[in-house]
Each structure stands twice: as C-alpha cells, then as structure tokens.
Design a protein around this ligand. Sequence first.
Ligand code: KG4
Ligand code: ZN
Length: 336
Amino acid sequence: MKKMLTLAIETSCDETSAALVADGREVLSNIISSQIEVHKAFGGVVPEIASRHHLDQINRVARQAFDEAGASLSDVDLIGVTYGPGLIGALLVGLATAKTFAYAKNKPLVGVHHIQGHISANYIEHKNLEPPFIALVISGGHTSLVYVSGYNKFRILGMTRDDAAGEAYDKVARVLGLGYPGGPLIDQIAKEGNPEAIHFKRVYLEKDSLDFSFSGIKTGVLNYLNSEKQAGREIHTADVAASFQMAIMEVIVAKTISAAKCMNINQLAMAGGVAANSLLRKMLSAECIKHGLELFYPSPILCTDNAAMIGCAAYYKYKEGITDDLSLDAYANLEL
Ligand code: KG4
Ligand code: ZN
C-alpha cells in the first residue's frame, strides 16, 4: 500500500524547516535553516528579523525538502504546519506557505501545536513507542511535565511558573559572557567544571508540586558573580556553569521521576531543545534505571525545532480525523 506522505512546515521561532514524512514515522527529508548566526549579534531572537528570514528561506527550504525526498507536491497526501505557540510573525510565514500548498493542490491541512510536535519527535526514532507515557518538555519557551495518554491526548501535570529552563540557560550564558544560544555552550563548558563548586539554591516549590521555577537562579548567578568580583576573586566560568546546571537538573530529574511514579507510568520521554543536554540525559538515564523506568529521547537534531516532528504529529491528528480548513489562524499563546 502507498505510504501516506506528509509535507510539514515549522517556522515558530528561529528555524525555518520543511520535511517530508512517510506514514508518520519515516523521515524522507528534514531541512532546517537556522537563523542562530543572524540573532547572535543581539543575544537573542529578534522577532521582526526572524519573520523576514523565514520569508527569505521558506521556498528554498521547501524545494530542498522535496528534492531530497525525491517527491513532488502531487505526491503529498497531507500538509502539517505549526500554528502556535511561537512568534506570531514567524508562525504566519509557515502558515501562509502551508495554506498555499493545500489550496493549490486541494490537500488536507492540519495545524500542529508546537509542543505536540516536540513530543512526537520521540516516535520517529523509537518505532515501538506508544502512549501512555510521561513527557518532559523542556525548551527555550517551555518546561512542563505532560501525561500523554493518547497520540492526541495530553494532560499538563506541572509547568514552569516563570522562565523556561532553556531561557534560564540562555540568560545565565549571557551573564557569563558565553554567547547565544546558551544551552549548548553551558553544556560544553560545564564538562570542565566542578558541579559542587558553588551551591545555587534548588527550587522545589510546594511539597508534591510538579511545577518549576527558574527565574531565581539567574539572580543567584549574578549575585555570586558580583560578590566574587567585589572581593577581587577570579571567576571560574566552568565551575559556575557546572554548578548552575546541576542546580537546575537535580530539580528537573527529581520532578520527572515523581511524575512517572505518581501517575504509575513506566515510560518517560524527553522533548525540546534542552533534552539535548548531556548532563540531563546522563542523570535521567541513571535515575530511570534505578526506578525501573524506560527512557526515550530523540537525537539532538530532532530535539531542537524541526519540521519532521510536526509531520509526525500531523499524521496522528489526521488519523484520528482532526483536520483544519484554510481559515486556520496562528496563535502566539496556545494551550496544549
Ligand atoms: O526546542 P527549541 O529549539 O526551541 C524552542 O521551542 O524553544 O529549544 C531551544 C532551547 C534554547 O534555549 C537552547 O539554549 C536550548 O534549547 N538548548 C540546550 C541545549 N541545546 C539547546 N540547553 C541545554 N543543553 C543543550 N545541549
Ligand atoms: Zn521548540
């Protein structure tokens, strides 16, 4: 039987991406054009510049996705696109492109929640993974623990009350003068540092809460740097990075294990850019072995923003009869 071919588009932040995915889990192409270099000079993503770059790149990226997959628009059965949450101007570029393709060839259109996409990235490389499982969604814009009871059924068990974990990494990297994006840079430099050199406060919130709070840790790092400077002491950046990471990850790992225990679920999956973090992978893997849980995570390229994950999610929405029409809008904020 002919496989169902999904064309997917993702432009919610600073990656312009198009992919072709067969039967939801087989990636034929996944082209990602990153704008990191463009935004580096500003220390973060500038929304207006991001929209312009998406406009500039989207046609080339889509064409390349077709070329690499050896397919044409006529072969496509379904079009999936991220419709939120994200930068509104950036989302609109992907949405307009997807709608144009859908209209031109009269193909079904499915809008995908960006976080559903991140979670779905796990299905691509783990062919046997099926719900139910607990997902730790951890990116530049989100940090939440989600109970995934079906391909399209989610319940938020806990989420950050302020900054996302990736946001904390990016902010701390900035005050350490490491550059942007901070996550991979801190991950790297922390390998040379001592995670016990400085004690930053672990924020667990109320007993049994699965919520997170990361806004205080940036202030903790800033206060430490200021007091060291005032005392005329040398700053060991690697030690600060390693200690910061450990303070964040200890809390994340503990709460993720708690979520699995309290829901009585033995499969855990990680999703989002910070899921690429080497310390998190190491710590969570060790804890999962200890607690008899099975851990899944995508390879780094599928952790950060990409269209293949959107194609996978669109396929499972379509299979359950969920489609959208051409009036589909983009939303900066959107609940899962
Ligand atoms: O999922 P993503 O590409 O975009 C959002 O949806 O936010 O995640 C980007 C975030 C950034 O904050 C980046 O610093 C962080 O993921 N990140 C990492 C690592 N790789 C990317 N954080 C920690 N360790 C990493 N290795
Ligand atoms: Zn993302």
